[in-house]
Ligand binder design. Structure first.
Ligand code: NDP
Length: 245
């Protein structure tokens, strides 16, 4: 196991769920954190919980390519030397048959789950290569492995995350930069609330009849991936609630 003490870790979607859990777990392991999300007040709450030390906040929409570029360009020392990028920001909208799909929902999922991940990675990877170290962790999903009814476009974005992770790994061969895809099953977060636009009853039904993963379960696996010895790359992890089909 290698130490991540004082490593600079950028986490997107750090204002709730899996991203916030990663912030807690990585802070505990001694990392310096750049926390990214749109809701600044949520980020500030998490920074306060972590004692503000070694935390840098970026209120940023990952879908806005020019904002991503200029924000990353303006990062002060030592924050600009990012060691670990956790591409976690993501969402699902609706649960509709394809033929009833809402174009705005589709665009939001594609922009956030794919373009956001591509922008952050494209701007950060060159620095990792030139500094001779780095690790990218992409949040996929079981939805990228198994398509379910009415999940069409969300499943497509998560299948694409797996392909991007694999392609990136191929293109980084010969460099010390590692790439992992962490693909969870059901995790109890605000994800279902967002999917059903605040319809709490519908959101709760998603977890009925099983014990979902917690955000901390996923954060622990991400920490495991990045703390392996440098010659070990955990390429893909599929983690499921024990009782999820
Ligand atoms: P949450 O809804 O709890 O968290 C999503 C995070 O993404 C929030 O912090 C949100 O912050 C951020 N986010 C969304 N859009 C943007 C944007 N445009 N720019 C910046 N940040 C954004 O969900 P989870 O923690 O569950 O989801 C995290 C990841 O895990 C997602 O990629 C999801 O697809 C994946 N996943 C989730 C599963 C689950 O069952 N929950 C299962 C498998 C994978 P803000 O709104 O403040 O911008």
């Amino acid at each position: 196991m290698i130490s991540i003490q004082d490593q600079i870790v950028l986490i997107t979607g750090a204002s709730s769920g899996i991203g916030a859990a990663c912030a807690r777990v990585f802070a505990q392991a001694g990392a310096k954190l750049i926390l990214v999300a749109r809701r600044q007040e949520r980020l500030e709450q998490i920074a306060e919980e972590l004692g503000h030390s070694s935390v840098h906040l970026l209120a940023l929409d990952v879908c806005d390519r020019s904002a991503v570029e200029s924000t990353l360009e303006k990062l002060p020392e030592p924050w600009s030397a990012i060691d670990i990028l956790i591409n976690n920001a993501g969402l699902s909208r609706g649960l509709n048959k394809f033929q009833e799909g809402d174009f705005q929902d589709w665009e939001e999922m594609i922009d956030t789950n794919l373009k956001g991940l591509l922008y952050l990675t494209r701007y950060i990877v060159p620095g990792m290569i030139s500094r001779g170290k780095g690790h990218i962790v992409n949040l996929g999903s079981t939805a990228g492995h198994y398509t379910y009814p009415n999940g069409n476009v969300y499943c497509a974005t998560k299948a694409a995350v797996r392909v991007i992770s694999e392609g990136l790994k191929q293109d980084l061969l010969g460099t010390p930069v590692r790439v992992s895809s962490v693909d969870p099953g059901l995790v109890e977060t605000e994800f279902s609330q967002v999917r059903f636009r605040g319809d709490g009853d519908r959101a709760k039904k998603v977890y009925q009849g099983l014990t979902p993963l917690t955000p901390a379960d996923v954060a622990d696996v991400i920490l495991f991936c990045v703390t392996r010895p440098l010659h070990v790359n955990v390429s893909e992890v599929l983690l499921m609630p024990t009782d999820q089909a």
